[in-house]
Design a protein around this ligand. Structure first.
Ligand code: NAD
Ligand code: TYD
Length: 345
């Protein structure tokens, strides 16, 4: 594994993983292949612009000719697929683009990897494929019980990856990560949205009762886990990656306000997301046994994330002031305000 194709490498986690690779493996070569949708951003990769080990190719993972051409031109031996439509709320209004990129795009990559006999294919997946976990936690054998078009598309991709292992012996691995936070996350996802709104004294829109739970992990820890699975994971296997502990959305929002010294009056309850998964919780014993534990607990991860957004306003102000973002925000959030469900919050 020396010549990497990082699909979706201009997005949040992908760009962090590109940095991880270039910092840890002096002999590697990294080609980012990315369509540059609204979520892709070359500012995430600015630090590598002049690194001779790095190249950028603008392309769609659904375009099989362009994928093959890139694999051959750069003598790629390993694909790590981060490319996806990733926001649950958008999947409720535009499911087709999720099926296209997340399912069909993954198939295109697998087919190219098979034909060109690549050394390795790694799929970046999500804890959302297990559906909502009301009690206990999901290990890697837990049934796939998806509930949103996003998670259903990601599950379709996972099943196709495993089918290519079983049917064709393609050397694959899958990691299913919990919610990531950290540098370069597009401010539609809850944590960067709340931090940047709070900095600007704007309301933090809390869906429903705010008691939904997520396992928020630091993106750098996630990248270390992905890399460990790539190097030491067993082929054909799935590995969960998360901290193994969950936080309620309302507690996360309150902590952000505390870290920024902002008033609780910024909390604004709004109507819930349809089909909102109440809780995700991962059993991470399999990856722990391979030697990985997340380094940051939730408080440390959130503190580092808040610091990054405070120190890098140039990055998110350009996004949030753009017409595309403003239109999305207006369409998605306006007119949804409701009273707080319980004053005790
Ligand atoms: P993101 O939305 O920040 O970035 C996605 C990237 O993929 C963007 O750069 C975009 O331009 C690119 N892309 C989209 N469609 C493409 C296409 N058809 N062809 C080529 N490139 C395309 O996403 P992220 O949060 O960095 O997530 C990366 C991966 O990790 C996704 O597969 C996601 O499902 C998974 N994941 C994310 C989280 C999370 O908390 N963000 C948690 C677990 C798993
Ligand atoms: P999100 O970042 O969209 O990730 P997920 O894919 O896990 O849904 O949302 C994380 C949690 O935050 C989820 O329970 C929904 C909630 N949320 C809000 O309360 N308000 C918001 O504006 C957003 C975007 C999410």
């Amino acid at each position: 594994m020396r010549n990497f194709l990082i699909t979706g490498g201009a997005g949040f986690i992908g760009s962090n993983y590109v940095t991880f690779l270039l910092e840890h493996y002096p002999d590697c070569r990294v080609v980012v292949y990315d369509k540059l949708t609204y979520a892709g951003n070359l500012n995430n990769l600015l630090a590598h612009k002049n690194d001779t080990r790095y190249a950028f190719v603008k392309g769609d993972i659904c375009d099989s000719a362009a994928v093959r051409e890139t694999l051959v031109a750069h003598q790629i031996d390993t694909i790590v697929n981060f490319a996806a439509e990733t926001h649950v709320d958008r999947s409720l209004s535009d499911a087709g683009s999720f099926v296209n990129t997340d399912v069909y795009g993954t198939f295109v990559l697998l087919e190219a990897a098979r034909e060109l006999k690549l050394e390795r294919y790694h799929q970046i997946s999500t804890d959302e494929v297990y559906g909502e976990i009301l009690t206990g936690s999901s290990n890697e054998e837990y049934p796939i019980q998806t509930r949103s078009p996003y998670s259903a598309s990601k599950a379709g991709a996972d099943l196709m990856v495993l089918a290519y292992f079983t049917s064709f012996g393609l050397p694959v691995t899958i990691t299913r990560g919990s919610n990531n936070i950290g540098p370069y996350q597009y401010p539609e996802k809850v944590v960067p949205l709340f931090i940047t709104n709070a900095i600007d004294d704007k309301p933090l829109p809390i869906y429903g009762d705010g008691l939904q739970m997520r396992d928020y992990q630091y993106v750098g820890d996630h990248c270390e886990g992905i890399d460990l699975v790539l190097r030491q994971g067993e082929l054909g296997q799935v590995y969960n990656l998360g901290t193994g502990s969950e936080t309620r959305n309302i507690d996360m929002a309150n902590l952000i306000l505390d870290l920024l010294g902002k008033p609780k009056t910024l909390l604004q309850y709004i109507t819930d997301r349809p089909g909102h998964d109440r809780r995700y919780a991962l059993d991470v014993r399999k990856i722990n046994a391979l030697g990985w534990h997340s380094r940051h607990d939730f408080a440390a991860a959130l503190e580092a994330t808040v610091r990054w957004y405070r120190e890098n306003e140039w990055w998110w102000r350009e996004i949030k002031s753009g017409a595309y973002y403003q239109a999305y925000y207006h369409t998605h959030y306006s007119g949804r305000e409701v009273a707080a469900p319980n004053p005790a919050h």
